[in-house]
Design a binder for this molecule. Structure first.
Ligand code: DQA
Length: 157
């Protein structure tokens, strides 16, 4: 099983960027922790970050047939990108949206996500720990999907 982690614009600057909002952890440190969780659970994991909307859309499309689940923080594109939303809907993979900050305690323009309606779940405001929670959530989704497949198989027998 494979998980693909997709990070949107400016998340490459975590650790230095607006520390009072996003904390001091660097993206590489967050990814190292996720890698440990993946290894402990025998999962493959891939990381991708881009500041460009089209590259994020391309990466989501590449996930089709290549990965079992997506963890995504679309960053500012959360609030604007129909293209990213459509790409997630198109590949139809279990997808978890993560936001480091609590969007509902911030500016009004951040309080609308175009992405949430096409995701299985959204984790908001846990800081970098949200990515760890997303890993646990994804493992849970995988086991629910497996259980459903098993139930369908035994119903057919
Ligand atoms: C963010 C919240 C977005 O509004 C913002 O544009 C980001 C990061 C978060 O993780 O809290 O870049 O997605």
């Amino acid at each position: 099983m494979k998980i693909t982690v997709i990070q949107g614009p400016n998340l490459n600057m975590l650790g230095t960027r607006e520390q009072h909002i996003y904390g001091t952890m660097k993206l590489e440190e967050i990814h190292a922790q996720m890698k440990d969780v993946a290894a402990q659970n025998d999962m493959e994991i891939e990381f991708f970050q881009s500041n460009l909307e089209g590259e994020l859309v391309d990466k989501i499309q590449e996930c089709f047939g290549d990965t079992n689940g997506i963890i995504i923080n679309p960053a500012a594109y959360t609030h604007t990108s129909i293209a990213i939303r459509d790409a997630i809907a198109a590949v139809s993979l279990p997808t978890i949206e993560v936001h480091i900050s609590n969007l509902y305690r911030r500016e009004e323009f951040r309080q609308k996500s175009l992405i949430s309606p096409v995701c299985a779940s959204t984790l908001i405001g846990f800081g970098p720990f949200g990515y760890h929670l997303a890993m646990i959530g994804m493992l849970q989704l995988f086991s629910e999907i497996e259980a459903m497949k098993e139930a369908e198989k035994s119903a057919q027998q």
